[in-house]
Write a protein that binds this ligand. Structure first.
Ligand code: SF4
Length: 279
């Protein structure tokens, strides 16, 4: 049985707020129980009024825990599950119900992001089930690596997948994230076969992901799926760099500048050239 825990504020001033150790007091057995049942989640923060994380105006919940180690990650404090605030499923539902009518009016919904939300897939599915019962649109922002954790019926609870495609070439993907790309591609193909819509997110990092041939490979893969409704090209920025330093992590992209407007435009044009809507 999960015990009631005194909770700090969930809402972050902005997504770049550093949060650490907020769930460290939770006994290991309760962490295991939370992961096995989905009755408790570890939440980095949430925000309201986002127009960037799916259609309409949305509530976004960032979950703690990630198995990738992207060199450009702007939220490395989300990597560790126990950095998150432990909240019960009931509290999550209660929070969401406060916004349900506003979200419906603004044609928005709930987006669960991270970290990597599928580290806590049972919690995600339960929150999405509750959202759908409230008539709230659901979007999952994921790196796709743990997509096989979701059953076909779990996928029915997800109206939209915001799929982060970090790189296409296996070696580059591994250098950039520390993980293999094949599971990501497998999940993307499964979503396509089940006709679940995808919005691709692609972070454009000078010197890493801006090579035109690499962009062509990602664009070709995304276009081959047939279910990609849009592509968001996200220019690299340095807003999370301070977190790496405060957490004592080695940050390798200190010298990398954001991409120029021309390179962003060229990249969008490459996605458009294969028939995708890119922004
Ligand atoms: S998948 Fe997202 S949260 Fe995880 S390391 Fe990469 S950028 Fe950071």
């Amino acid at each position: 049985m999960l015990e009631a825990i005194k909770q700090p504020a969930l809402e972050a001033v902005n997504p770049f707020e550093l949060r650490v150790d907020l769930g460290r007091h939770v006994p290991e057995s309760d962490v295991r129980s939370a992961l096995a049942t989905g009755e408790m989640g570890f939440v980095h923060s949430f925000t309201t009024g986002s127009a960037l994380d799916g259609p309409g105006i949305r509530v976004v919940v960032w979950l703690a825990g990630c198995q990738f180690r992207c060199l450009y990650c702007h939220n490395p404090d989300t990597w560790t599950m126990t950095n998150g605030i432990p909240i019960t499923l009931d509290r999550a539902k209660e929070q969401l119900s406060k916004y349900r009518h506003g979200l419906q009016v603004m044609k928005g919904g709930l987006t669960i992001s991270g970290g990597e939300p599928l580290m806590q897939h049972k919690f995600v599915v339960k929150v999405f089930e509750a959202a759908k019962k409230m008539g709230v649109h659901t979007a999952l922002d994921t790196n796709g690596y743990l997509g096989s954790r979701l059953s076909d019926s779990d996928l029915e609870q997800v109206d939209l997948v915001l799929l982060d495609l970090k790189a296409f070439t296996p070696q580059l993907h591994h250098s950039l994230t520390g993980q293999d790309v094949s599971a990501v591609h497998e999940f993307a193909r499964r979503l396509a076969s089940r006709k679940r819509p995808i919005w691709v997110r692609f972070v454009l990092v000078p010197g890493w992901t801006d090579d035109p041939d690499e962009v062509d490979r990602i664009a070709g893969f995304a276009a081959s799926l047939g279910n990609v409704e849009r592509v968001d090209v996200l220019p690299f920025h340095q807003m999370g760099a301070y977190k790496w330093k405060q957490l004592g992590l080695e940050y390798k992209l200190d010298a990398v500048e954001p991409p120029s407007r021309e390179v962003v435009e060229r990249t969008c044009a490459q996605f458009r050239a294969v028939g995708l809507n890119a922004y």
